[in-house]
Design a protein around this ligand. Structure first.
Ligand code: UDX
Ligand code: UDX
Length: 467
């Protein structure tokens, strides 16, 4: 099949390259001319495992091409996939302006029968509105269907997710559309689920909302777990073994980020409110997530007292590993909160090159970044962070603090280090390890000032200091 994909972002580009791999002839359009010029040379505007090799291969095979003229793409295929961004609008709703731009381009370049496939995440009813818009432009006779075919691609594993979807959702009106999409996805061993369009549109939001709900649930539970001296990692394992619950997306941490969960939760709140349907869980999920970064500030204050002029290293800026995407990353909130406390921030992330928060000094080398720091805050669970020379790092932050925002270390792994270097280790939902600097400082000052022990051995002061 000849297929055109409109939008060469995280979703559109992966979809275009994936469909080329399934044997189709793909034209990928994006209005960002610079992006298109780089894609024609095989240069991808973001990091995504395995995508560059596949792109180069299909460029060499000439079964994928790029244009910044959407009209060329529309005229070049009878199957048009819209994969433009639907970011969050100021009022929380999905901003569909890019989508309607794409629909306008389709309408003004359609002279023969087309099937439009909306892959972008859109509020329920949007595909019906697109169809109505085409009717009003009197080209509905040329549009065989407006199909909703949501994506479930995770950044960092999007190529793998494209080829191994758990299910392929099709929301359509024309009875021939399912076979068209089965041909399009021929080669993928996944069940097809065919519904009406609004059902398909809502499935996408519901999927992301439920995944975010699982994350906020385990994070909410981690606060209680830490208070009770329990271990959230073990709780997660214990509940996740129940097949009805499942262990995926039960990893406690400093919260979810990315371009999807936050904006899709808010969009869902918005369109549910328009229909006067209360969705209290969605607000709780968001509130729990928004509170996570404050845990770090609290832990730093507990350890150091005043944070003014303290130098702290943030390890990880991306919202998750294997991406350079910082959209709604917890690192944005954490860095802003710490800067408000007068902290001097250093940062290191293996892939993120640009971090928009002012006054965060980003380094290319973690051992340069650690110079002069008194605390390390782990924000992204990059596997390579576990391979760093933590003996060297702990020597630098002696008597300092490690806040493991993604529970990257087990207690047994970290205990020898923190004991050797008198470091406080805080994590999510697990017992705290090591002494707080204030106590250590009090001990050292108090013990240092005290005359010979025998004058005070039985006094409360020495005992208190030793606590
Ligand atoms: C995707 C989905 O499309 C979105 O619905 C979902 O909510 C998040 O994932 P994403 O691929 O991340 O969005 O969007 P983005 O990375 O912003 O890429 C969108 C691309 O579309 C941009 O490169 C933009 O230049 C392009 N675009 C936008 C067009 O080519 N034409 C337009 O009219 C508008
Ligand atoms: C998500 C959905 O998984 C995907 O199906 C949809 O198409 C787009 O949105 P993505 O946002 O790329 O994908 O990444 P994901 O792996 O879902 O992680 C999202 C956030 O949740 C990250 O910040 C991650 O660190 C966090 N997370 C994930 C947790 O905190 N705990 C977990 O157990 C899993």
């Amino acid at each position: 099949m000849r297929i055109s994909v409109i939008g060469a972002g995280y979703v559109g580009l992966v979809t275009a390259v994936g469909l080329s791999s399934l044997g189709h002839l793909v034209i990928c359009a994006d209005k960002n001319e610079e992006r298109i010029n780089r894609l024609r040379r095989g240069i991808i505007p973001f990091r995504e495992n395995g995508l560059d090799e596949k792109l180069q291969h299909h460029l060499d095979q000439s079964n994928i091409s790029f244009t910044h003229d959407t009209g060329i793409a529309v005229r070049g295929s009878n199957v048009l996939i819209i994969a433009v961004g639907t970011p969050q609008a100021p009022d929380g709703n999905a901003d569909l302006s890019y989508l309607w731009q794409a629909v306008d381009e389709i309408a003004s370049n359609t002279m023969e029968k087309k099937t439009i496939i909306v892959k972008s995440t859109v509020p329920p009813g949007t595909c019906d509105q697109i169809e109505q818009s085409l009717v009003s432009r009197k080209i509905d006779s040329l549009i065989l269907d407006v199909v909703h075919n949501p994506e479930f691609l995770r950044q960092g594993s999007a190529v793998n997710d494209f080829f191994n979807p758990d299910r392929i959702i099709i929301g359509c009106k024309n009875e021939n559309s399912p076979s068209l999409l089965q041909n399009m996805y021929f080669g993928l061993q996944s069940p097809f689920l065919v519904y009406d369009r609004s059902t398909a549109e809502l499935i996408k939001y519901a999927s992301n909302a439920f995944l975010a709900l699982k994350i906020s649930f385990i994070n909410m539970l981690s606060d209680l777990s830490e208070k009770l001296g329990a271990d959230i990692e073990q709780i997660s394992e214990g509940i996740g073994m129940d097949k009805r619950i499942g262990s995926a997306f039960l990893k406690a941490g400093i919260g979810y980020g990315g371009s999807c969960f936050p904006k899709d939760i808010r969009a869902m709140q918005h369109f549910a409110a328009i229909h006067h349907i209360p969705m209290p869980l969605l607000y709780a999920v968001e509130e729990i997530n928004a509170q996570r970064p404050e845990l770090i500030v609290e832990a730093c204050k507990q350890h150091f007292g005043s944070l003014r002029k303290r130098r702290i290293l943030l390890l990880g800026l991306a919202f998750k590993p294997f991406t350079d995407d910082i959209r709604e990353s917890p690192a944005l909130a954490v860095s802003s909160l710490l800067l408000e406390q007068g902290v001097e921030l250093h940062a290191y992330d293996p892939w993120v090159q640009h971090f928009p928060v002012q006054n965060v000094s980003c380094f290319q080398d973690p051992y340069q970044a650690i110079e002069g720091c008194e605390a390390v805050v782990l924000l992204t669970d990059w596997p390579q962070f576990r391979q760093l020379n933590w003996e060297r790092i702990c020597r630098k932050i002696k008597n300092g603090l490690i806040f493991d925002g993604r529970n990257q270390f087990t207690t047994n792994e970290i205990m020898p280090l923190i004991n050797r270097h008198a470091i406080k280790y805080r994590s999510i939902g697990r017992p705290n390890l090591g002494k707080t600097a204030i106590v250590q400082q009090f001990n050292e000052e108090t013990l240092f000032m005290l005359p010979e022990e025998n004058d005070f051995t039985n006094s409360g002061l020495l005992k208190k200091a030793a606590l």
